[in-house]
Design a protein around this ligand. Structure first.
Ligand code: OXD
Ligand code: MN
Length: 651
């Protein structure tokens, strides 16, 4: 056990004392958040072989880490919501009894930091001092977590000063679960190697987060998914606000009118790309406020005001290119940590679909040599002389599919600085939201854009969101469509049915429901039977955003259908639709199809939405602790919309 530093905040003192006794670290360091401290930790990791320093001319302040093969993404199967009653975790979460879980995990934590440094990270989710901001303390034995938290959240002395005044915070404990014996050499990526030894645990009623065994992303950077979504969603429900898996952007029209939009898409479905998009439509400007999480609070005028609680981007690297997201590439030019990408011989990085030629030779995410394919300069294989087809057949990628960049938001060339700092018109209110988008990767059926007929219809749309599973999670279902309500499936801190009810309550309790944002469902990912994309996506998505703004301003009519209000194709602007490459040009024939209801497809869609509701309801029916089961089922208002859409489709 190390000597515990003294803290002015008694709850901080108790939290650090408690974990010092349990985890018995060699020493304790309180993170101050300075640049010098950050660099010193990175350099210490370079010395220990845990970071590779990239070429500092090309990538100043940048480092590369390679994780253990068992530790490459979020582990949903090992993520637990430990509410006292199982029904409060709901049908979509893994529930464990909180007392039993703490007992089980305490055994794991016992002595787990032996030979390691325990870092105490004071962090803020949101701009320090903003009324919407919340605070946390993460105790961790991972220097990788410290430097990533420094980028992803506001950390250090300024936060501690706030807590010194007695401010409350969410206590978090994290360990990689790899104690060191005396004299034992550390490995490049310490973690618990067996999936079953990893625990990502939320105690929503105590407001505590306990994480063990993983050092990767959302499993370990506890401000992100564990706090800003799982714990915050429960706080938000209790306090009448919303914590959502949404990007936030600011759009300015050629007439200089500003709109603020949030969008909830599942992991790795293009939130970062939309948040930083370069509009194809002339005269339109898009700025970024956040790319992953939004906290929305009702203002006195009835509008919903949003902040981005984060401070950086934890972006998926593969696919990020000069074409798909030049602003993301520029965001990671400096002071960025790359994880599981390819190292080039000149000390730079590369990944699949980066839009530039691969180096002739490099080092892949596992640390093994990799080589440019003989017939494709943009692919790499594990042996020299391989063809693209051979590499594909092997299922080999040189950068892991969930490899990431952790980049400071201030690097983003199109950052809306005021909005990012939680300000609107000089006031720390967050920005007023005009439209909420839901979406996912849906190769069929779902139109390009569909406007909800009412708030309740919008909640229905969100509840029915679905997407193909991506590599952001360790899963055997990658590529299959799964229901992912409001893109929150892995992130609900409580019962999904109560969450739906909470969304409905936002309208019921609003001082002026007419001021709530309009809700839309978008789909950039429709494919033809032959597998080609029907919509170019990326900068062309500005055409859809413009239609949404036109609808908000009452400038265009919509086609009222059974499933919602669809655009007339003529109202989707085709200005500047002159790319030479047909893949990057709107195809007018496809456009017509994208705004037409696929009645047969929708009948199937509606049946599977109903089936997902039935699944959610089953849990409430089985639970003997439920006093009023009807109140814990999918709200009748959503069942009502389902019935209405079904009836109208049948006409
Ligand atoms: C993320 C995710 O890392 O959703 O943002 O997985
Ligand atoms: Mn996310």
């Amino acid at each position: 056990m190390a000597k515990t530093p003294k803290f002015k905040n008694a709850k901080v003192q108790a939290w650090v004392d408690q974990w010092n006794k349990v985890c018995t670290p060699e020493k304790i360091v309180v993170v101050t958040g300075t640049k010098e401290e950050h660099t010193a930790i990175c350099e210490m990791m370079v010395k220990k072989g845990q970071f590779i320093k990239l070429d500092q001319k090309k990538r100043p302040g940048c480092y590369l880490a390679r994780s253990h093969e068992s530790d490459v993404a979020r582990v949903e199967g090992r993520t637990f919501i430990c509410s006292k009653n199982e029904i409060d975790a709901g049908p979509t979460n893994h529930w464990r009894d909180p007392v039993a879980m703490k007992k089980e995990m305490l055994k794991k934590y016992k002595g787990c930091m032996a030979g390691r440094t325990m870092y105490v990270i004071p962090f803020a989710m949101g701009p320090i001092g903003n009324p919407i901001t919340q605070y946390g303390i993460e105790v961790t034995d991972s220097p990788y977590v410290v430097v990533n938290m420094n980028i992803m959240t506001r950390t250090g002395d300024a936060v501690m000063k706030h807590l010194d005044k007695g401010g409350d915070f969410v206590p978090c404990i994290h360990s990689v679960g790899a104690p060191l014996k005396k004299g034992q050499k550390d490995v490049a990526w310490p973690c618990a190697k067996k999936i079953d030894d990893k625990y990502i645990t939320q105690f929503p009623e105590d407001g505590e987060i306990w994480s063990f065994g993983s050092g990767y992303g959302g499993n370990a950077l506890l401000g992100k998914k564990c706090f800003a979504l799982r714990i915050a969603s429960k706080l938000a429900k209790d306090q009448g606000w919303m914590a959502e898996h949404m990007l936030i952007l600011t759009l300015t029209s050629p007439e200089k009118k500003q709109y603020h939009v949030t969008a909830a898409f599942p992991s790795a479905c293009g939130k970062t790309n939309l948040a930083m998009m370069l509009p194809k439509l002339p005269g339109w400007k898009l700025e970024t406020i956040g790319d992953d999480i939004a906290w929305l609070k009702p203002g006195a005028d009835g509008r919903l005001y949003a902040i981005n609680p984060e401070n950086g981007f934890f972006g998926v690297a593969p696919g990020t290119s000069q074409f798909s997201n030049p602003n993301a590439l520029l965001s990671c030019r400096k002071n960025t940590i790359f994880t599981n990408v390819v190292l080039t011989p000149d000390g730079d990085i590369w990944w699949e679909d980066m839009g530039i030629d691969a180096p002739e030779e490099g080092v892949d995410w596992k640390g093994n040599p990799c080589y440019r394919c003989v017939d494709d300069k943009r692919r790499m294989g594990p042996k020299p002389g391989m063809t693209k087809k051979e590499v594909k057949e092997l299922g080999y990628v040189a950068a892991h599919k969930n490899s990431r960049f952790t980049a400071p938001a201030v690097n983003c060339p199109v950052l809306d600085k005021a909005g990012f700092n939680g300000k609107f018109n000089g006031k720390p209110t967050g920005v007023p939201i005009d439209a909420i988008l839901f979406g996912g990767r849906r190769p069929s059926t779902i139109p390009l854009v569909n406007e909800a007929k009412s708030w309740t219809h919008g909640v229905f749309m969100g509840s029915a969101a679905g997407s193909e599973v991506t590599a952001a999670v360790i899963s055997d279902q990658i590529g299959q469509v799964r229901r992912d309500p409001m893109a929150m499936l892995p992130f609900f801190g409580y019962n999904v049915c109560d969450y739906f009810q909470h969304w409905l309550e936002m309208e019921r309790t609003s001082v002026d429901p007419t001021k709530l944002p309009k809700i839309y469902f978008v789909n950039w990912f429709r494919k033809t039977a032959a597998g080609e994309f029907m919509w170019p996506g990326f900068g062309d998505n500005s055409r859809v955003l413009k239609w949404i703004c036109d609808r908000i301003d009452g400038k265009v009519e919509a086609n009222t259908t059974a499933i919602g209000n669809l655009p007339y194709a003529k109202d989707i602007s085709l200005e500047n639709n002159d790319s030479e490459d047909p893949n990057f040009r709107v195809n007018e024939k496809f456009l017509q199809e994208l705004v037409t209801v696929d009645v047969e497809g929708w009948k199937k869609e509606i049946a599977t939405i109903g089936a997902s509701y039935d699944e959610y309801d089953k849990k409430a029916s089985k639970d003997t602790t439920v006093v009023n089961p009807a109140a814990r089922r999918v709200p009748a208002a959503l069942r009502g919309i389902l019935a209405q859409v079904t009836a109208e489709l049948g006409k």
